[in-house]
Structure formats: C-alpha cells, structure tokens
Write a protein that binds this ligand. Structure first.
Ligand code: 5GP
Ligand code: ZN
Length: 127
C-alpha cells in the first residue's frame, strides 16, 4: 500500500476499519456493494491506494487504471449481470456529483437504463 488517506472512507474500507460487502479483490483493486444501490445490482471498483478522481490520474497510475477497468467483467459476473448488460460510471468533480474523493467505478445493472443518463432521475448527495 503506497498511499492511503486516513480521512478517506474508501481507504478505510480497504484497510478493513469500515465494513463493506466486499465481492472482489486482487493486488490492485477492491470491489464492494454500494451502500445505497441505484439499481438492483450496484458495486464500486476502487484502487487499493488513494487516488482522488479521474482528473487526478497520472502516467504513474496507468497500471492501476487498467486494473480498475479489467475488474469490471469479473465483478459483473459476480453480480450476475455480465450477460444482461451493465454500465460502468465514473463521477468526477462537482457537476458529476462525485461525493467520495477516492476514485471509483460504479458497476450498475439489473434493469434497463436510459441514455443520456441525466434527465429525470437526479440524485443529489447531501441534500
Ligand atoms: P459518487 O457520487 O462519489 O460517484 O458515489 C459514491 C458512492 O459511494 C455512492 O453511490 C454511495 O452510495 C457510496 N457510498 C458512500 N459511502 C459508502 C460506504 O460507506 N459504504 C459503501 N458500501 N458505499 C458507500
Ligand atoms: Zn482513499
């Protein structure tokens, strides 16, 4: 573990001091079920080390960024949505209502979805 933020809730899930329903783990990433699922199946894939958002990725993060994407299919398999289809979403920054400042890919499925994603079903965190 090269870098953790003691004030970060997802770093604390990685270290085990906050419980989570962990469904997948390897040397680079961890996946656990979202505490407030937005769909019948909803998990988050995070790097083990603290990176704030997509906008904070650097060339040094190339390997771990790849591992976040590579985890999507096995996580979808575990959720039982690999065949039916799923969406992977990264909220980055204020307009995208990123609420946890540790990069995470949402893997969402188990229902049909609309596109574009924003009308009608707005979720505004903290209000
Ligand atoms: P964001 O809005 O930052 O893209 O998404 C953060 C997600 O983390 C939300 O879907 C929220 O429900 C989830 N979340 C926040 N705190 C916790 C927690 O302590 N445990 C779990 N499992 N999910 C969390
Ligand atoms: Zn963190």
């Amino acid at each position: 573990m090269t870098h953790q933020d003691p004030d970060c809730i997802f770093c604390r899930i990685v270290e085990g001091s906050i419980p989570a329903d962990i469904i997948y783990r390897n040397n680079h990433v961890l996946a656990f079920r979202d505490i407030a699922p937005a769909a019948p199946h909803h998990a988050l894939i995070i790097p083990l080390r603290h990176i704030v958002s997509l906008s904070d990725l650097t060339a040094e993060d190339e390997e771990v960024a790849g591992h976040i994407l590579l985890a999507a299919a096995p996580v979808a398999d575990i959720l039982g949505i690999r065949q039916s289809g799923y969406r992977m979403v990264f909220n980055s920054g204020a307009d995208a209502i990123q609420s946890v400042m540790h990069i995470h890919g949402h893997v969402i499925g188990g229902r049909s979805m609309g596109w574009p994603p924003f009308p009608g079903e707005a979720v505004v965190h903290g209000q």
